[in-house]
Write a new protein. Structure first.
Length: 161
């Protein structure tokens, strides 16, 4: 049996719930990474109790979450539950009508909790730009900004002989 946690399916469903709560508004991948973190750890920012319990590796979650969220988006797109839009602000994702319908079909208490948190996250943080989201998360999560800045640069330390 495969583990249900930290899979593209789990991340894709959380993203689908977020995008369904957002209506027609679209979000880029980085915004969805931040918003997904907030759905899981809503209690960190005075929201409903966190969806998942505290974990020792929580501080570094954002460093690995992007790849997982992207895989989840790809899975939801392959089922036509999420659409990709190209705009002057880059690539954005939004729930399709079918996606919003599917998200509303889940009836478990976990799904109800996820739906509640997704609505809270979109209402409270949905209009923030990435910098505002990063600033809000900074006390709780390692953002990995240094890695983004240095990605693609040569490693000059190898040449300092």
């Amino acid at each position: 049996m495969s583990a249900p946690f930290n899979t593209p399916l789990e991340a894709g469903l959380r993203t689908l719930f977020l995008l369904s709560a957002a209506g027609k508004r679209g979000y880029d991948t980085q915004s969805l990474v931040y918003l997904d973190y907030l759905v899981v750890h809503s209690g960190d920012l005075d929201g409903p109790p966190s969806l998942h319990p505290e974990s020792p590796g929580k501080k570094g979650e954002l460093l690995v979450r992007r790849q997982l969220v992207q895989a989840g988006l790809n899975l939801m797109r392959s089922r036509e539950l999420v659409e990709q839009r190209f705009s002057s602000r880059g690539i954005q994702y939004a729930a399709t009508r079918a996606g919003a319908h599917v998200a509303n079909q889940f009836e478990s208490s976990y799904a109800a909790s996820m739906r509640e948190r997704a609505g809270w996250v979109i209402e409270r943080f949905g209009r923030m730009q990435d910098k505002g989201l990063a600033d809000a998360l900074r006390p709780f999560a390692q953002l990995g900004e240094d890695e983004l800045i240095t990605e693609g640069r040569p490693d000059w330390s190898l040449h300092d002989v």
